[in-house]
Design a protein around this ligand. Structure first.
Ligand SMILES: [Zn+2]
Length: 231
């Protein structure tokens, strides 16, 4: 059942990719007509692995895995899938270090400011920020996407990703929600912050640690991104 489902997902993504390539080709032809020296247009995505360095974020109930470590793993998996599809990726961080200056008195502010600068300089089409959730009520679970309500593209992107997650990943939340988050507010880019799951739910924590689950959920996210780009 799962194999069949994955095949369908991959076929779906392949169709979306063909549509995207066709759009790129048409835009490419227009570019050639207008200015032969213009490069072929290519989609660029910023992938932001939340937390890092002294800021480990949420902690797994069982395994004590830190959110910052899982965020990086998920961000790198998203990057690999996007690059396979020919999408250029700019990462805010590629290792476990935070992005703050060692001299900063407020490390969180310094870290977020560096992320904002990377996003601003990326010239990207959209932003995905990767996080893991935690909640006092241990029964809470499921991937959940957030957007900036002042940014139309952010809502459209988050809706597409949430809908792909809902179709493909059990326990996914029904709808994406608005949230006042600096990483989304600091840019005009359409951005979505994805809470991939709850580290406060033991069962979900175990799932989040599995390579196969990480692949499946990242694949579903990228399908949502492709749906948004093909709009
Ligand atoms: Zn977080």
């Amino acid at each position: 059942m799962k194999l069949k489902f994955l095949t369908i997902k991959k076929a779906h993504c392949a169709i979306l990719l063909v549509v995207l390539v066709a759009i790129c080709s048409i835009v490419g032809v227009c570019y050639v007509v207008r200015a032969t020296s213009s490069p072929k247009p290519q989609y660029t995505i910023v992938i932001d692995a939340g937390h890092g360095g002294v800021d480990g974020g949420a902690v797994g109930k069982n395994s004590k895995v830190t959110e910052s470590e899982l965020n990086l793993k998920y961000a790198l998996t998203l990057k690999a899938i996007c690059e396979e599809l020919g999408i250029k990726v700019v990462m805010t961080r590629n290792d476990m270090n935070g992005l703050y200056s060692p001299f900063a008195s407020n490390k969180k502010r310094s870290d977020m400011e560096t992320r904002r600068q990377i996003i601003e300089q990326s010239n990207a089409d959209l932003l995905i920020s990767v996080h893991m959730n935690s909640f006092p009520l241990s029964s809470s679970r499921g991937p959940h996407v957030f957007y900036d309500s002042k940014n139309e593209g952010s809502k459209a992107l988050a809706d597409k990703i949430q809908s792909s997650l809902r179709e493909n990943i059990a326990y996914s939340k029904q709808n994406a929600n608005n949230s006042d988050l600096y990483i989304l507010n600091c840019t005009d880019l359409p951005g979505a912050l994805i809470e991939f799951g709850f580290l406060s739910n033991k069962e979900e924590e175990n799932l989040l640690l599995l390579d196969s689950y990480r692949q499946d959920i990242c694949y579903a996210v990228v399908c949502g991104v492709l749906e948004y780009l093909s709009m």
